[in-house]
Design a protein around this ligand. Structure first.
Ligand code: C2E
Ligand code: CA
Ligand code: CA
Ligand code: CA
Length: 278
């Protein structure tokens, strides 16, 4: 059976393979790393395609490991999800993101910040109350925060996840469907969820200049999403050519290496100014 320690972290998770020493070691190390403040949050800018203004950033977690250096989420999100550490990790990222957002706003940049939510976190019925507490603590309006959930997360155990999504939406938080096109959700299903934005997965966007099929998928997704009243963000925009194609297709916003890679909070304001001046 699962047992929670004082921080609410499930130690003996049924999902964690206790016979896999590598996974167990990583779990213990990550739990220690979170406790010792080794998580970092980097931010990637997102701009409107109509006028190139940066309107927000996406928060992306990294782990500054004492021996292994700065680790990308692919190295540790999986084990966080199977052990329940994802809840603490998400709370750390949310707190950091809102603190940074408040500082940018104090310096005159009206940016919103987007935070990724794993499927498991959407089943946490206490999440909306924690988020509304964090917003109040930082004195930020709810429209500063955007939450990104994948198609499959939004579709799981529909009752409970939907209830959490509806309560988050009722707070005034913007909800986005992440990695659209990689799961099995239909647009008509997604448009019935309390989401306002669709992020087209970068596997279609980054290749749309050279792959006619991907371009057709991106174009028809934009048209259908708009017809259903959703905003569309293209992720993985790596070239000027892709940016211009997306402008022509009427896509709303873009994110990707062409605008900038994820980087630390301290650099965000200077990078936003540089993007808007170019
Ligand atoms: P995602 O939410 O789809 O985030 C976008 C990923 O694409 C980021 O990778 C970003 O660095 C990368 N990217 C952005 N622009 C481009 C581009 O133009 N080309 C290419 N090739 N890649 C680009 P990253 O930071 O390694 O994050 C990977 C995934 O880890 C994220 O995918 C998200 O699913 C997850 N993740 C990151 N932070 C968190 C978090 O705080 N909580 C949770 N639950 N998941 C997170
Ligand atoms: Ca995302
Ligand atoms: Ca994505
Ligand atoms: Ca992704």
């Amino acid at each position: 059976a699962a047992k929670a320690d004082r921080s609410g972290v499930v130690v003996h998770s049924p999902d964690l393979d206790r016979h896999d020493p590598a996974q167990l070691g990583l779990f213990g190390d990550l739990r220690r790393g979170i406790r010792d403040g080794e998580l970092r949050v980097h931010y990637q800018p997102k701009a409107t395609l109509a006028d190139g203004r940066v309107i927000g950033v996406e928060a992306l977690v990294r782990w500054d490991h004492p021996q292994r250096g700065l680790l990308p989420p692919s190295e540790f999100i999986g084990v966080a999800e199977t052990t329940g550490l994802i809840r603490t990790l998400t709370d750390v990222v949310l707190g950091r993101a809102l603190g940074d957002c408040r500082r940018w706003r104090a310096e005159g940049a009206a940016l919103s910040v987007a935070v990724n939510l794993s499927a498991r976190v959407l089943l946490d019925t206490a999440l909306p109350d924690r988020i509304s507490g964090l917003l109040a603590e930082h004195g930020l309006p709810a429209d500063c925060l955007e939450l990104e959930v994948t198609e499959s997360a939004a579709m799981q155990d529909p009752g409970q996840a939907l209830d959490v999504l509806q309560r988050l939406r009722a707070l005034g938080i913007t909800l986005s469907v992440d990695d659209y096109g990689t799961g099995h959700a239909s647009l008509s299903y997604l448009s019935r969820l309390p989401v306002s934005t669709l992020k087209i997965d970068r596997s279609f966007v980054s290749t749309m200049e050279v792959d006619g099929t991907d371009q057709v998928i991106v174009r028809s997704t934009i048209e259908l999403a708009h017809a259903l009243g959703l905003r569309v963000v293209a992720e993985g925009v790596e070239t000027r050519g892709t940016w211009e194609r997306l402008v022509a297709l009427g896509c709303d916003e873009a994110q990707g290496y062409w605008l900038g890679r994820p980087g630390p909070a301290e650099d965000v304001l200077a990078r936003v100014a540089a993007i808007e001046a170019s």
